[in-house]
Design a protein around this ligand. Structure first.
Ligand code: FES
Length: 187
């Protein structure tokens, strides 16, 4: 599968955006995500909004250039954090675009940091299996685990569409290797 790398240009330096959300808070947030499937749609959407961590907006792609099943790689919210943007072709949780089918996810497995680059399966709209312990994640349902060792969902990158441009504006979930998404450095 073909992937392309985008080098984002931050609107602001991320050093300005330190805040205080503990690992425990993020772990609790991860647990909450698992229970969201049981909530009515509007309640789940409200709860997910509450879990979102905002970052400076970064342009990561264009609607007109995105092809179904062809992921684009981009770094966000920091240069060493690899993510993928993909048009799934089916409606997805927090999806953007006309069909609500464009989503983005972190590419480090939340179990032990296994690299998920190049593992997207368009037939199932899934990322994985992770090369370390085979966890696979459902990209239509906020990165929930389909199977494997991970107990946490894959962090989802929050997207916004402005005209033809797609922006990353936040992260839902704790990025592997960070004590806090907002710390701006590895744990
Ligand atoms: S590191 Fe991915 S399943 Fe263990």
């Amino acid at each position: 599968m073909t992937t392309h790398t985008i080098h984002p240009h931050h609107d602001h330096a991320h050093g300005e955006e330190r805040a205080c959300m503990s690992r425990r808070s993020f772990l609790l947030a991860g647990g909450a995500l698992v229970t969201l499937a049981a909530l009515p749609g509007s309640a789940a959407a409200a709860a997910l909004k509450a879990l979102k961590v905002d970052y400076p907006a970064v342009k990561i792609g264009k609607l007109s250039a995105l092809k179904k099943g062809m992921p684009l790689e981009f770094a966000y919210p920091y240069p060493d954090v690899s993510n993928m943007l993909v048009k799934l072709g089916v409606e997805a949780g927090s999806g953007v675009g006309e069909g609500n089918d464009i989503v983005a996810f972190n590419q480090q497995c939340p179990h032990m940091g296994g690299p998920l680059q190049g593992t997207y399966k368009d037939k199932h709209q899934a990322l994985g299996p992770c090369p370390l312990h085979l966890t696979t994640f459902d990209l239509t349902r906020h990165g929930m685990v389909i199977s494997g060792h991970s107990t946490e969902s894959l962090p989802q990158i929050v997207l916004e569409v402005r005209g033809d441009d797609i922006y990353a504006v936040g992260v839902q979930g704790l990025i592997y290797g960070y004590s806090s998404n907002l710390a701006g450095r590895r744990a």
